[in-house]
Design a protein around this ligand. Sequence first.
Ligand code: PAF
Length: 269
Amino acid sequence: MQAWSNACRAKGESLSFVPTMGNLHEGHLALVEAAKKMADKVVVSIYVNPMQFGENEDFDKYPRTEQQDLEQLQQKQVDVVFMPDSAEMYPPDQTIDYIAVPDFATELEGQTRPDHFRGVATIVKKLFDAVQPDHAIFGEKDFQQCMVVKNMVAEHGLNIEIHAAPIVRDEDGLAKSSRNQYLTPEQRKQAPVLYQSLLAARQKVLAETLNYSEIESQSIDFIAKNSFEVDYFVIRDATTLGAPREQNRVILVAAKLGIPRLLDNLRVD
Ligand code: PAF
């Protein structure tokens, strides 16, 4: 991978990179489209990273659809699909150089999934070392992940521009996710409630008649009434994830519906 990347650079070609765990859907393909516009060459990686899954999470069951993924990427004419295996990414005789994550990574997703972001930051750093891209594109559905990656890049002084691409939704508003396929048909019908709750909360924030915690608790009630187990529903500052200010606010939600835990978010301003 590095040799190919170096050869591109020697020819003066720029590289954009889309890291994935495979099981590609339209959300990923939108990232690939964005990547194609940014640079001369596009690399996509497929690697289901064990380090970012908790003990009781779905690592073993995570959908692996290699053939289908490769066909889609071929259609998109990406230049390289990088598919390392675990022996390459985490050589068994080598100590793992874990990447430390900032404080904001311990809340929200980090609260429910304690080592998740350390696993993400560690693998993304390894993938960046292999691919050596100029640009890397991540989906904004994983809002906090985008922040963790940006933080890692700044902290390590990497010369890589990180882009967060807008969420791609089904027609009824449900954000695309590989985990949506765990929903039963009945749950799939209920799932757009999550996006509806975000739209309603945004309207309430902009109307300025209720305070943030009132809006958050009304939203949690609304989602919970629709069979979800709500993990968090918060209005935050979109740059720091701290308390919201007058501008630059984001609403973030995570809730379980049956088996999958679904994430979504919406900018207010
Ligand atoms: O968002 C994902 O699919 C993963 O977290 C990533 C960025 C590919 C790292 O394994």
